[in-house]
Design a protein around this ligand. Structure first.
Ligand code: RB5
Length: 143
């Protein structure tokens, strides 16, 4: 098994979630999917909270969040002190959010990112280590 990952989304992220979930399972990840599972309109903070709670409860160390733009669910997730959620748009931000920011949650905008770009970003995120050093000192300054 590659590891455990918790995923959550609102209605704007459902389509991309289903694609990335299949990829994760194919890669050997144990996926804890907290929904939502249909197109009914829901509130993204509820799903950010579900995912944040799962990480706090050590059900997984890593998460994936998706809403329409990725913005609302990032803002909501980052209100939780143990979450470093990074809204990623391309391969460079996928790599840097791990190397420099030790992001534990990757976020996509389901209505803004291309599917193949998101698939590529997710793989990079999962396979890139935090560099530590000066970056740890900076993280230590974030309450
Ligand atoms: C839902 O319509 C949309 O507002 C939400 O998915 C997200 O884009 C918010 O930031």
């Amino acid at each position: 098994m590659a590891g455990k990952i918790v995923i959550a989304n609102d209605h704007g992220g459902l389509e991309l979630k289903l694609i990335l979930k299949a990829d994760l399972i194919h890669m050997g990840y144990e996926v804890l999917d907290l929904g939502c599972d249909d197109e009914t309109s829901v509130d993204y903070p509820d799903y950010a909270l579900k995912l944040s709670s799962a990480i706090k409860d050590k059900k997984a160390d890593t998460g994936l969040l998706i809403c329409g733009s990725g913005i609302g669910i990032s803002i909501a997730a980052n209100r939780h002190f143990h979450i470093r959620a990074a809204l990623v748009h391309d391969a460079l931000t996928a790599r840097l959010c791990r190397e420099h920011n030790d992001a534990n949650v990757i976020v996509f905008g389901g209505r803004t990112i291309g599917v193949e770009v998101a698939r590529d970003c997710l793989k990079i995120f999962l396979n890139t280590d935090f560099e530590g050093g000066r970056h740890q000192g900076r993280l230590d300054k974030i309450p």
